[in-house]
Design a protein around this ligand. Structure first.
Ligand code: GLC
Length: 468
């Protein structure tokens, strides 16, 4: 267990480094799956869903391919979609593509909560009631351990070739007690977005390499833009509300300052040290200076709104803002991305994010639900999905695809080299409690409610007690 974080880190660095511009990485991992036929036929149809019967019975319906669709019945399944950035459009296009093969499966896409913390809570409410309301769900990369007991084993439904196509560390991440509880759909990592026009206007040749440089540049640009009449302009926006997104931001400040990574792969709590205190004090000093006072209630959407309006010089975000920024008439041609700045460690840090697709154990239509999950995450759909969302793909071969290289230009070793996973493997089903204690403590420092030294001393005790 404890080796897994190391494996993930080494793997993401080495594999993606190997596969970006030149040759694909060799993946030697043994399949973790029984080699068996993928999809079982379901029981003969009970006429349970008459609502979905087509009216025009004369019209020829396309044949249903059972090896893809899992069932010949007409069924409706519910998929919990992503309302953030361009994901909704990519998901609707995915459903349309799926329906070309499986017109008998209606996918009812509903918006999940935009906050992954609230989304997790909503899943747990449904699952603890063993309700069949949700069939296919999005699982944050940190949550296979927390949700695993409620999800089907997708080893039983996924073709071996598809399993072999993924970045192997993600399959390790998504395996809970020997069961593959989710299939990977996208890779995420924290990155710095910046305005190329404004850097040039204020005489900066390159993006900031350290947090101090970022603060100086942000302040200079903000002062200049405000002097020119834009009272709404801010230097730096990020995610500071008390939720999982703050855990991601704060871990980057901490790791880049050399303060450890919350809980080490060996299970040691690493939060109460001078480097972390200094990192969080520095972040607190941004509030109301280069970042808006409301920064401590910002989630992804709030930061991206300021950025897309042209009212920020820098933004910390995930790859998804690349798509929305490119589409923006205001900033579409005047931005690019860079690695996040370094702290006292001399290196930057980028939190590994990403999402997986799981199927509820309580689904009334497991074959259809698994068929949709497998299709969504398979190579045919994954390429479109990566281009539409600008998230780096989870299928290794796609990194050699020129269309992907053009649409997702930062999917290169330059950025992924510094990806750090959150401690979700070592803390397993306690991860969400670990993260909640962490972001609550950091939030109290950012709002000035508690000083950093006191907050981190208490956090250390709380985490040690939780994990003992
Ligand atoms: C992104 C990441 C996810 C992370 C979340 C935090 O969606 O992909 O891993 O937990 O942001 O807000």
């Amino acid at each position: 267990m404890r080796k897994i974080i190391t494996i993930i880190t080494i793997f993401v660095v080495v594999l993606l480094a190997a596969c970006a511009p030149a040759e694909p990485a060799e993946v030697e991992e043994e399949p973790m799956v029984a080699e068996e036929e993928v999809v079982e036929e379901s029981e003969p149809a009970e006429p349970e869903e008459e609502v979905d019967e087509p009216e025009e019975s004369e019209e020829e319906m396309p044949a249903v391919d059972l090896s893809i669709c899992g069932t010949a019945e007409d069924v409706t399944i519910t998929y919990v979609g992503d309302p953030v950035d361009t994901s909704k459009e990519a998901e609707l296009a995915t459903i349309a593509r799926f329906n070309e093969y499986c017109p008998n499966i209606t996918v009812n896409r509903i918006d999940g909560d935009a906050s992954t913390t609230d989304l997790l809570a909503s899943y747990l409410t449904v699952f603890e009631a063993e309700s069949s309301d949700l069939d296919v769900i999005r699982v944050d990369v940190v949550n296979p351990g927390v949700l695993g007991e409620h999800l089907l084993d997708l080893f039983e439904y996924t073709p071996q070739e598809q399993l072999d196509s993924y970045i192997p560390s993600l399959l390790v991440n998504n395996t809970y007690q020997g069961r593959l509880v989710a299939l990977p759909i996208r890779l995420g990592f924290g990155m710095l977005y910046y305005r190329t026009d404004l850097l040039e206007k204020y005489g900066f040749d390159s993006p900031p390499e350290t947090w101090e440089e970022l603060a100086t540049m942000a302040q200079t640009i903000q002062d200049g833009e405000r002097d020119e009449g834009n009272a709404d302009f801010w230097g730096y926006v990020w995610q500071g509300d008390a939720y999982e997104g703050l855990t991601c931001n704060a871990m980057e400040w901490q790791v880049s300052n050399g303060g450890g990574a919350i809980v080490s792969p060996e299970g040691v709590v690493e939060v109460n040290n001078e480097a972390t205190i200094a990192a969080f004090e520095r972040a607190a000093s941004w509030i109301g200076t280069i970042s808006p006072p409301a920064q401590t209630s910002f989630k992804e959407g709030d930061s991206n709104e300021v950025w897309l309006a042209g009212n920020a010089a820098f933004m910390r975000y995930w790859p998804g803002a690349y798509a929305t920024s490119k589409q923006s008439e205001v900033i579409g041609d005047v931005f690019t991305t860079a690695p996040l700045p370094a702290g006292a460690s001399g290196q930057g840090a980028s939190t590994m994010g990403g999402w997986e697709i799981g199927v509820s154990k309580y689904s009334a239509h497991p074959e259809a639900a698994a068929a949709f999950a497998v299709f969504m995450t398979g190579a045919e759909n994954a390429k479109f999905y990566a281009i539409d969302t600008t998230f780096p793909p989870v299928i290794l071969d796609l990194y050699n695809d020129p269309d992907i290289q053009a649409a997702v230009p930062y999917a290169s070793p330059d950025i992924v080299q510094i990806v750090t996973p959150r401690p979700s493997t070592v803390t397993a089903d306690k991860y969400s409690e670990v993260s909640t204690l962490y972001f609550t403590a950091v939030h109290s420092i950012l709002t000035g409610e508690t000083d950093a030294a006191t907050a981190l001393e208490l956090l250390e005790l709380d985490l040690q007690e939780l994990l003992q």
